[in-house]
Write a new protein. Structure first.
Lengths: 118, 533
């Protein structure tokens, strides 16, 4: 596996832990469809959050959030829609979140969580 | 903490108004939005501000930054808001003190490395800030001397964005962490326009009186033509508009350029006004208000927008505004487009120009003294002894006819300038000639007399006084004095408006001679000057 994929995979693990610590229950990770992939689906207080996780080893090339384009968010929204169609019953409320992880495996990472970014 | 505001100044013509720059940091993906009707150069500020901030080691927030310029319905332009936007952005994120930035007016354009570029129009902007009750302004270091000309305002100068952030309580090291300092460049050196754009160097205007004499020459350079010199002094003393007609080489241009030298220094108000216009037009003030009246001599091919002022988004002052409180000289006036020349009619009458565009209306002062010069005919030889004029009469008539009646009517002194003869040249060698210094003293004395006499009226100089007032008691002159002008009026040699002009000139001549009231000799001399050409 390429180093960046490894870092991304590690970051998603960190993000999932972070969500669970915050009272979320992670119900799905790396859900794939022909449209693409949802990193994390988590639920808290009846609201389903679709979370895009971005991991960077440092902010030398910009903050991880800067790499989340509107194009990417639009795709995440379509993905969320097709995820919801497969559920029974459909979730009541949904939200699109972003989590930035800055750090490398073996160190304490910096995690930031933005809610309702789209 | 998530909303901060600061202030800046937007200029419309010479008038500036306060613009509130609000910044909000919201918990969202990184972004930078500027709202409040910015034009293209202002919308680009977001790239400049973001990069300047991160390159000077005090980066903006990594959340969404929204900047609003209010009043949001008024269009704004230019790059002078950069510093205010950066400070509001840093304060909204809590990087600098929101309390500190709130009451300060910020002016300055940012470079990508975080240094601050000087602006044009800082003087009128600071004047406007003071009028709006602002106590502290922050300006680029290179504009320091200009901003400090305005009294009762605390001027803070900064050369870099980091310096500004530290001044507002930002916790940054004073020199480390900057890209610009990495390459050994000195961050405290302001970027000056002078070096790159050929504007005269900073100390160019320091000794303006001296420079004036050099640039425009001394009155004693004029050989012979003592009548013309005398007429020039009369024009200067009463601020009368002047038209000179004469063959090529008679010295019309030479005379006109000497006129500004014999005008008295500007008073406080005029000095501030003219300096503001100069600053707005991008000129360098050299760290002092201008004391000497301006002299503008546009080429006769000038367009009306360049003469009156114009521009679509930023309305810039034209030659008329730059010549305000001084002299506007147009040489070879029949060559000028008559539509452009006639555009001067309204400013001459009202003393100001109002420029209206779709986005804004600007008012500039236009209290200039008009001096125009022309040849008597296209070949220039008409009426010259010993030379032959080759122009057909119709061409001759058409030539001077290009100066329309309404413009002629606004000119008090019509002067015929003749080539000097060898005899005059000889005589002139032995007679002492009037120097600019002496003439300026005479003019100043006469102007003071006029100002004293007119102290209870809204006017300052004789040229401004309306005819009705002059013909009214107690200013009305005795029949014995005005006899000659009355007869000229009766015979149709002058119009009623011309009669008023003769009266005005008489008062100026009387002020120059030190008499209390114009006598017969003053009136006849005035009549001669009025009809001279």
């Amino acid at each position: 596996m390429a180093q960046k994929d490894e870092l991304g995979r590690w970051g998603e693990g960190i993000a999932a832990e972070f969500l669970e610590d915050g009272g979320y229950s992670v119900i799905q990770r790396n859900w794939r469809s022909p449209l693409g992939e949802i990193d994390i689906v988590a639920i808290k207080d009846g609201c389903t959050a679709f979370v895009e996780v971005k991991t960077r080893s440092s902010t030398r090339y910009g903050h991880p959030f800067e790499a989340i384009s509107t194009h990417k968010l639009a795709r995440l929204r379509r993905l969320a829609q097709s995820w919801c169609r497969q559920q029974d019953p459909h979730p009541d409320r949904i939200r699109i979140d972003a989590i930035a992880v800055v750090g490398t495996p073996g160190n304490v990472p910096k995690v930031e969580h933005l809610m309702g970014v789209f | 903490m998530s909303v901060a505001r600061t202030r800046s100044i937007a200029l419309n013509g010479l008038d500036g108004y306060l613009v509130e720059v609000e910044a909000d940091v919201s918990q969202n993906l990184p972004g930078f939005v500027i709202i409040g009707l910015p034009d293209a150069s202002l919308a680009e500020a977001k790239e400049r501000v973001r990069l300047a901030a991160s390159n000077s080691g005090c980066p903006l927030t990594d959340r969404k930054l929204t900047v609003n310029l209010s009043p949001a319905s008024v269009p704004k332009q230019g790059s002078g808001f950069d510093l205010a936007i950066a400070m509001a952005g840093l304060a909204a994120a809590g990087s600098v003190s929101a309390q500190s930035v709130r009451d300060v007016v910020h002016l300055g354009e940012l470079r990508l490395d975080g240094r601050i570029r000087p602006l044009s129009g800082v003087l009128p902007a600071v004047v406007a800030a003071r009028r709006a009750g602002v106590h502290t302004v922050m300006v680029p270091l290179a504009n320091k001397s200009e901003a400090e000309l305005v009294p009762d305002v605390r001027v803070v100068t900064v050369s870099t964005l980091r310096e500004a952030a530290i001044w507002h309580g930002g916790k940054y090291d004073s020199c480390a962490g900057s890209v610009a300092s990495d390459d050994g460049e000195d961050l405290t050196t302001p970027v000056s326009y002078e070096a790159s754009e050929g504007v005269p160097a900073k100390d160019g205007g320091r000794n303006q009186t001296h420079i004036d004499a050099d640039v425009h020459g001394d009155l004693s350079d004029v050989v012979g033509n003592s009548e013309a010199v005398e007429a020039l002094i009369v024009a200067a003393a009463g601020s009368h508009n002047l038209m000179m007609v004469g063959p090529p080489g008679a010295g019309k241009t030479m005379l006109a350029s000497r006129l500004v030298g014999i005008l008295p220094d500007l008073d406080e108000e005029q000095s501030l006004e003219s300096s503001c216009i100069q600053s707005l037009a991008g000129g360098d003030l050299g760290g002092r208000l201008r004391q000497r009246p301006p002299f503008e001599s546009p080429h006769h091919s000038i367009s009306s927008a360049a003469l009156i002022g114009g521009g679509s988004s930023i309305i810039r002052p034209g030659a008329v505004a730059r010549a305000s409180n001084g002299v506007l000289f147009i040489d070879e006036v029949p060559e000028m487009s008559s539509a452009v020349l006639d555009a001067l009619r309204q400013p001459i009458e009202s003393g100001q120009v109002v420029i209206q565009r779709a986005r804004a209306t600007a008012v500039f002062p236009a209290r200039f003294q008009l001096v125009i010069a022309a040849n008597p005919c296209p070949c220039g030889n008409y009426g010259v002894g010993g030379a032959e004029c080759t122009c057909p009469p119709a061409a001759r008539r058409r030539y001077l006819g290009k100066v329309s009646g309404p413009i002629r009517d606004r000119i008090d002194i019509h002067l015929a300038v003749n080539r000097i003869t060898s005899a005059q040249l000889r005589i002139a060698d032995d007679t002492p000639r009037m120097t600019t210094q002496d003439a300026r003293l005479r003019v100043a004395t006469a102007r003071n007399r006029a100002a004293d006499r007119l102290s209870d009226t809204p006017w300052n100089t004789n040229a401004q006084v309306p005819g009705t007032w002059l013909r009214d008691r107690p200013q009305r002159l005795d029949l014995a004095a005005t006899d000659i002008a009355d007869r000229a009026l009766e015979r149709g040699l002058i119009t009623m408006r011309g009669y008023d002009r003769v009266l005005r000139l008489s008062w100026t001549l009387c002020d120059l001679s030190g008499a209390d009231r114009p006598q017969r000799e003053h009136v006849s001399q005035a009549l001669y000057l009025r009809r001279g050409a």
